[in-house]
Design a protein around this ligand. Structure first.
Ligand code: ARG
Length: 465
């Protein structure tokens, strides 16, 4: 018997238990109950407005749905796998509560447009939370950068010491990444906030629906354009996961640096105890496990994006049950990206940077070799020749086991660098940073300007706590 199914009319035999377990989605899509109820209420009100239902019928449906919500939130609601998904579980209970009028709710609607509404409303809520978490991490980075405008450390390319930079400049680079992420999520939201309600199964319906009214009621920016596209479009999930993937890429890069910097061979920072773990065998260990896990969890989010892209490839029009597989990757990625952003912000706020260790590290790696070349250019030497002469001084200092500033004027001259006593001023690391006056560079003025821009950006947004 198939009478326990809302779609059971044409079936003589019930679904086998293994198929029921294989096809159900209520074990995870129950999380969409709020959106499902809001979507149904908007649909009922729209039907009443269009004269398809009476106002009384719509009121009964809406208050019945409120009761379902209360039951779910109080824990008394019984989710049934045999009812497949969140939509049918709620509708079945609604009908128990309000009687046969419950059967009118689905007029002019299909689960195909219904699930799109639910998922999009949910995605809007989640992406707004990602945005708030992104604002918060930018805020923390900006505050830490403001504290460390005069802290210097080796800036690297190829993970080799390259030129000195301020810690503020380094941290603000990450602020830029997360600001871009914020912009990306906002851009993606424009395409999430489109209501598919009224597309019905795939081709629209014979009832005089008003999709724009439903869209407005639900807070969407607009209604769909084409019913077939509306029920099969999951681009918004791909875009959300792609934005999430980049957030994780940025977090993972930051994690990698924090892990390196926490290593005593760098010693640039001390992680708060609350954000580190110990070893069960080596008593001295303080491990950066949080950063490692976050770096590792990046793979899950990339995996979610890959699942979605693969899911959509080759799907014929319009709704196909494959699409039910869209939710778990999103739920999982959402949990990961949101938790990672907030934990990273909390941890960054409490990391203890060690400026002395950073400044000591400036001594290794001839970070002032570019300064020497620029000094020679200032004296009229073509840059290529100056580069060569500075390189020869590096080789000499390396062979003597000292720094460039430890070479005498005569030694530098012998190596082909025509210097005078004033060379030692430019060889100081602090001078190297202070002289970097180009826009967006690490010089103090530029860093102040960048901080000003971030502050302005933050002021126009609410910082989530
Ligand atoms: N649980 C389904 C999903 O998540 C709802 C839509 C089902 N539609 C259908 N025609 N079977 O996609």
């Amino acid at each position: 018997m198939a009478d326990n199914k809302l779609w059971g009319g044409r079936f003589k035999e019930g679904t086998s238990a293994s198929v029921e377990a294989y096809t159900e989605s209520v074990s995870y899509d129950w999380q969409l109950y709020r959106e499902d109820i809001a979507g149904s209420q908007a649909h009922a009100r729209m039907l009443a407005r269009q004269g398809v239902l009476t106002v009384d019928e719509a009121d009964t449906l809406c208050s019945g749905l409120e009761q379902v919500r209360r039951e779910i939130e109080s824990g008394s609601f019984e989710w049934k796998k045999e009812l497949e998904d969140v939509h049918m579980n709620i509708e079945a209970r609604l009908t128990e509560i309000v009687g046969p009028v419950g059967g009118k709710l689905h007029t002019g609607r299909s689960r195909n447009d219904q699930v799109g509404v639910d998922f999009r409303l949910h995605a809007v809520r989640r992406l707004e939370d990602w945005s708030a978490a992104l604002v918060r991490i930018v805020d923390v980075l900006a505050r830490r950068a403001a504290e460390h405008q005069t802290t210097l450390l080796p800036g690297c390319t190829h993970l080799q010491p390259a030129q000195p930079v301020s810690l503020a400049q380094h941290l603000l680079a990450y602020a830029c990444m997360f600001q871009r992420d914020h912009e990306r999520v906002g851009d993606c939201l424009k395409r999430v906030r489109v209501s598919p309600l009224g597309a019905a199964a795939l081709s629209g319906t014979t009832y005089p629906l008003d999709p724009d009214f439903a869209a407005r009621e639900l807070g969407f920016d607009r209604a769909f354009t084409n019913s077939m596209d509306a029920v099969s479009d999951r681009d918004f999930v791909v875009e959300s996961l792609s934005a999430a993937g980049l957030v994780m890429a940025h977090l993972s890069r930051l994690c990698e640096e924090l892990i390196l910097w926490a290593n005593p061979q760098f010693g640039y920072l001390r992680l708060p105890d609350a954000y580190s773990t110990g070893s069960s065998i080596m008593p001295q260990k303080k491990n950066p496990d949080i950063c490692e896990l976050m770096r590792g969890k990046t793979g899950r989010v990339y995996g979610a994006l890959m699942s979605m892209l693969t899911l959509l490839k080759g799907l014929p029009m319009t709704y196909n049950r494959d699409l039910q597989e869209d939710k778990e990757p999103f739920f999982d990625a959402d949990k990961t990206v949101h938790a990672s952003l907030s934990i990273m912000a909390d941890m960054l706020a409490r990391i203890e940077f060690v400026p002395q260790a950073m400044e000591k590290a400036l001594e290794a790696g001839f970070l002032n070799a570019t300064e020497l070349a620029d000094y020679l250019v200032g004296k009229g030497m073509p840059f290529r020749q100056a580069h060569h002469a500075s390189g020869a001084c590096v080789a000499l200092a390396e062979s003597l086991g000292c720094g460039l500033a430890d070479l005498s004027v005569d030694q530098m001259r012998l190596a082909g660098a025509d210097v005078q006593d004033d060379v030692y001023e430019v060889l100081s690391y602090r001078a190297a940073v202070e002289r970097r006056v180009s826009p967006g560079g690490t010089g103090p003025e530029s860093v102040r300007a960048q901080l000003g821009q971030v502050d302005e950006w933050l002021a126009s947004r609410v910082v989530a706590e």
